[in-house]
Design a protein around this ligand. Structure first.
Ligand code: ADP
Ligand code: MG
Length: 138
């Protein structure tokens, strides 16, 4: 089943200038890039994007981090994109991420963990359309 999922290369990875290496790994894994842009999230966008985590103790810290510098948002498409992309990025905490995964290679901590990934097929669609108009997608 062809699915969409959203990658965000987070501010820690952009600061380290590893966005190119991360996007190359995603391409090499067979994901089609439908759209891509570098942006700096506003506080309102950061709060809205992570609204599902509003009640979690790290919400404030998460929003501050995500707006602390530019990010690269990438709309991806592939068969089973959601699960395959989450396998490619690895566990939320890089200390628990499998060898060879993007978070194992590029993340510093559970909070500053290099990349975002959608967690379900439905959220993949919702999150892609949060950042891209349909007319912007190849
Ligand atoms: P994932 O990004 O793997 O789907 P979650 O949806 O659980 O993980 O959390 C969203 C993001 O919030 C994580 O990617 C990470 O940046 C941050 N985060 C998660 N847990 C913590 C925590 N315990 N402390 C600080 N930040 C966290
Ligand atoms: Mg999540």
């Amino acid at each position: 089943m062809l699915q969409r999922t959203l990658c965000i290369v987070k501010p820690d990875a952009v600061k380290k200038n590893v966005q190119g290496s991360i996007i190359q790994k995603i391409s090499d894994a067979g994901f089609k890039i439908l759209g891509m842009k570098m942006i700096k999230l506003s506080e309102t966008m950061g709060e809205k994007f992570y609204e599902v985590h509003k009640e979690r103790p790290f919400y404030g810290e998460l929003v501050s981090f995500m707006i602390s510098g530019p990010v690269v948002v990438v709309a991806l498409e592939k068969e089973n994109a959601v699960t395959d992309y989450r396998t490619l990025i690895g566990a939320t905490d890089p200390a628990e991420a499998a060898e060879g995964t993007i978070r194992k290679m590029f993340a510093d901590s559970k909070a500053e963990n290099a990349v975002h990934g959608s967690d379900s097929e439905e959220n993949g669609k919702i999150e892609v359309s949060f950042f891209f108009a349909e007319s912007e997608l190849a």
